[in-house]
Design a binder for this molecule. Structure first.
Ligand SMILES: *Cc1c(COP(=O)(O)O)cnc(C)c1O
Length: 380
C-alpha cells in the first residue's frame, strides 16, 4: 500500500485516518489454516459455549425456503416480542445487525465534527470506532484505580468531568468488556441524574443476562425517568447467536424515530429475526447458559488464585488475567497449544489476556494449556 498516493488517503476524515480497525478474536478456521491444528478451543470472543437454543436452529431452518425474499424491514414479530418482554410499545425498539450496529446508528444521529462522545479508558472498542468514524472527538476518562474500588472500572466522576458543551453521547458498558467491571444501581442513577439532560446516555448491557449482583441495575426500567437514555442489548452473548448479528436498542419513541431515519432498511436479516424470536421463548436455554457461566467463573477464578495470577474480577462471561509473563508470547504459545484467547493490549491493558468462560471441560483445557505454556517459559 506504500505506493498508493497519500494525496488520496489524506482526503479521508481525520478521525478515520487516526483509527485502527477492530481486531476480532482469531477464528478457529484461521488457526487451523496457519498451524495445521485440529481440536481447537476458541475462548476469544465471549461466545456461548452451549451454542444457540435448539428452537433457534429450527427457526433458521424454516427461513431457508425464502432466501430470495427481503427480510421484514420493520422486524415486526421480533420487535413485538421484545416490546412485550420489556412491557413497552413496539415503537421503543430498534433492531440492529448486532448491537454494534445500533451503537453506530446512535453515533450517526448525534455525532459529527466539533462534537464529542465521552467513555472510559479500557471501555469496549466499538465506542472509539463509531465516534471517530463520524469525525467526532473521543473524550476518554481515566479508569478507577485500586484505591477507588473496582480497578480498571468506569470512574463516573472522571467521566462527568469529561463532559463539556460539545458532548452529545456518553457510552457506558455495564458490565464493561474486557474488564468485567460493573456499576451499581445507585452509582449509575446518580450519574445520569447529574448529567445535562440533553446529553444522550447509552448503557450497553450486552452481558445483562449473566449478571447476578443484587445492586446491578436493569436500566430498561429507567426509560420513563430519563428521556435521554438508550439501552442496548444483544443476542450474541447469552443467547448464543453471534453468527447471525442481532441486537437492539430500547429508547423513547422520539429517539427511536431518529435512529430509524439512518438505519439501513434491511439491517437485521431474516434468519437473525427468526432465530432471535425463537430464542426469546427458550428461557431454559438462557438459564443453562447462565448457570454454566457462574460455575465456570468460579472454576477459572480459583485456578488463577491457586497460581497466584492476577485477574480482574468479572461479572460477565469472560475474565481478563495477567499471566505474569509477556502477554503476546503467552498468547502465541497458547495458540500453538490449540487454545485461542484474546490479547487486550489495544484496550490499554498490555500483558493482560482475556479468556471467555466456557464449559468445565474447555476451562480445564485452557488451564492445562496455560500451565504448560507458563512452565515452558520459566524453563526457557
Ligand atoms: C459483545 C459486545 C457487544 C455485542 O456486540 P454485537 O454486535 O451485538 O455482537 C456489545 N457491547 C459489548 C460491551 C460487547 O462486549
Amino acid at each position: 500500500m506504500s505506493d498508493y498516493p497519500s494525496s488520496i488517503l489524506q482526503q479521508a476524515l481525520t478521525g478515520v485516518q487516526k483509527l485502527q480497525p477492530y481486531q476480532p478474536g482469531k477464528p478457529v478456521s484461521e488457526l487451523e489454516r496457519e498451524l495445521g491444528l485440529s481440536d481447537i478451543v476458541k475462548l476469544a470472543s465471549n461466545e456461548n459455549p452451549l451454542g444457540a437454543s435448539p428452537a433457534a436452529h429450527a427457526a433458521v431452518r424454516e427461513t431457508v425456503d425464502a432466501l430470495h425474499r427481503y427480510p421484514d424491514g420493520n422486524g415486526y414479530a421480533l420487535r413485538q416480542a421484545l416490546a412485550a418482554k420489556h412491557d413497552r410499545d413496539i415503537d421503543w425498539i430498534t433492531l440492529g445487525n448486532g448491537s454494534n450496529d445500533v451503537l453506530e446508528l446512535i453515533a450517526r444521529v448525534f455525532l459529527g465534527p466539533g462534537r464529542n462522545a465521552v467513555f472510559s479508558e479500557h471501555a469496549f472498542a466499538v465506542y472509539p470506532i463509531v465516534t471517530c468514524a463520524c469525525g467526532a472527538d473521543a473524550n476518554v476518562a481515566a479508569a478507577q484505580s485500586v484505591r477507588q474500588g473496582q480497578r480498571y472500572g468506569h470512574d463516573l466522576q472522571a467521566m462527568a468531568g469529561q463532559v463539556d458543551n460539545n458532548t452529545r453521547i456518553v457510552f457506558i458498558a455495564n458490565p464493561n468488556n474486557p474488564t468485567g467491571t460493573w456499576l451499581t444501581s445507585r452509582q449509575l442513577r446518580e450519574f445520569i441524574s447529574g448529567l445535562d439532560p440533553r446529553v444522550i446516555v447509552v448503557v450497553d448491557e450486552a452481558y445483562f443476562e449473566y449478571v447476578d449482583q443484587v445492586d446491578y441495575p436493569d436500566t430498561s426500567l429507567w426509560l420513563d425517568e430519563f428521556p435521554n437514555l438508550i439501552v442496548t442489548r444483544t443476542f450474541s452473548k447469552a443467547h448464543g447467536l453471534a453468527a447471525l448479528r442481532v441486537g437492539y436498542a430500547l429508547a423513547h419513541p422520539a429517539l427511536t424515530d431518529l435512529l430509524n431515519r439512518v438505519r439501513q432498511p434491511f439491517n437485521c436479516n431474516a434468519m437473525a429475526q427468526a432465530a432471535a424470536l425463537a430464542s426469546l421463548k427458550d428461557d431454559v436455554h438462557i438459564q443453562n447458559s447462565v448457570s454454566t457461566n457462574s460455575r465456570g467463573l468460579v472454576q477459572l477464578c480459583q485456578a488463577f488464585e491457586q497460581r497466584n495470577l492476577d485477574y480482574i474480577p468479572s461479572v460477565g462471561n469472560f475474565i481478563s488475567f495477567h499471566p505474569a509473563a509477556d502477554g503476546q508470547s503467552v498468547y502465541d504459545a497458547m495458540l500453538r497449544a490449540g487454545v485461542i484467547v484474546r490479547p487486550v493490549g489495544n484496550y490499554g491493558l498490555p500483558d493482560f489476556l482475556r479468556v471467555t468462560v466456557s464449559t468445565q471441560a474447555e476451562n480445564t483445557r485452557f488451564i492445562a494449556a496455560l500451565d504448560s505454556v507458563l512452565d515452558q517459559m520459566r524453563i526457557a
